[in-house]
Write a protein that binds this ligand. Structure first.
Ligand code: XBP
Ligand code: MG
Length: 250
């Protein structure tokens, strides 16, 4: 029986990556890195979860002879860039650059009314979650979630399952009693590795990803009710003998 929904943030609660991309480029200009990520490059770089990991990956790509990878010089620069980026992203979100995707708020209240608990499992930074959900829900946004797993609690980023395993422990529920909502193949892989049936709502940055193994792939949650999620979740617990369900794209 469905007892909890575990939401990813970026791409799932809200289509945020355009705002993240602008914030990264703002930080690169402020720091004089001489880097500018366009949509195509960023779409590729999104295969690396975590802004710091993504910048380090890019740095190694553009400067293969980069020394001191693990040393303090590179680490301090990445940390400084990420601080600048996070500040730029936070102010963009606070000025209304990002809104929740269709159906998210309604599903959250339907779930709460039905006694289904909510958690968050993301690789983004806590500041970003607070900025987005304070703007979208209000200062009491934390009261809607039983637990929050993010870059500060789970250093191993998706597709590593760490953040989902943390949420299952916090909810004290088996994966079979939960449903994950994600937008990317890294997120699907992390949730699946933790044993969670997963519903995918892709964005323009992830629509080309491989979503094999997803319970469902839907354009967005605008036409998805709690009843749909319960039905799909019940299907997931049917014996595997059933013919494998190809994900339905609405
Ligand atoms: C998406 C990510 C994050 C964001 C940028 O997180 O991978 O890295 O792109 O945010 P998710 P940070 O889909 O798991 O919510 O710079 O704070 O990492
Ligand atoms: Mg995501």
């Amino acid at each position: 029986m469905l007892q909890a929904l575990i939401f990813d943030v970026d791409g799932t609660l809200a289509d945020t990556e355009q705002a993240h991309l602008a914030a990264f480029n703002h930080a690169f200009a402020q720091e004089g890195m001489g880097w500018h990520w366009d949509e195509a490059l960023y779409t590729e770089l999104l295969n690396i979860s975590g802004g710091k990991e993504r910048m380090l990956h890019h740095w190694q790509q553009v400067q293969p002879d980069l020394k001191d990878i693990g040393g303090s010089g590179v680490r301090d620069t990445i940390a400084r860039l990420h601080e600048l980026k996070t500040a730029a992203y936070e102010s963009a979100v606070q000025s209304g650059a990002v809104s929740l995707r269709p159906g998210v708020l309604r599903l959250m209240s339907e779930a709460a009314a039905a006694g289904i608990r909510l958690a968050i499992a993301t690789t983004t930074s806590p500041v970003n979650i607070a900025a987005l959900l304070t703007q979208a829900i209000g200062p009491d946004w934390r009261t809607h979630f039983v637990a929050i797993g993010d870059a500060s609690t789970a250093p191993h980023k998706k597709p590593h399952p760490q953040v989902y395993l943390q949420m299952l422990a916090a909810l004290d529920l088996p994966a079979s009693a939960c449903l994950a909502l994600e937008d990317s193949s890294n997120g699907l892989r992390a949730a699946t590795a933790a044993g969670l049936p997963t519903v995918i709502t892709p964005t323009s940055y992830t629509q080309h990803h491989d979503f094999s193994g997803a319970l469902r792939v839907v354009t967005d949650l605008g036409a998805v009710s709690l009843g749909h999620l319960r039905t799909w979740h019940a299907e997931a617990s049917q014996p595997a003998a059933q013919a494998p369900r190809s994900p339905v794209v609405s």
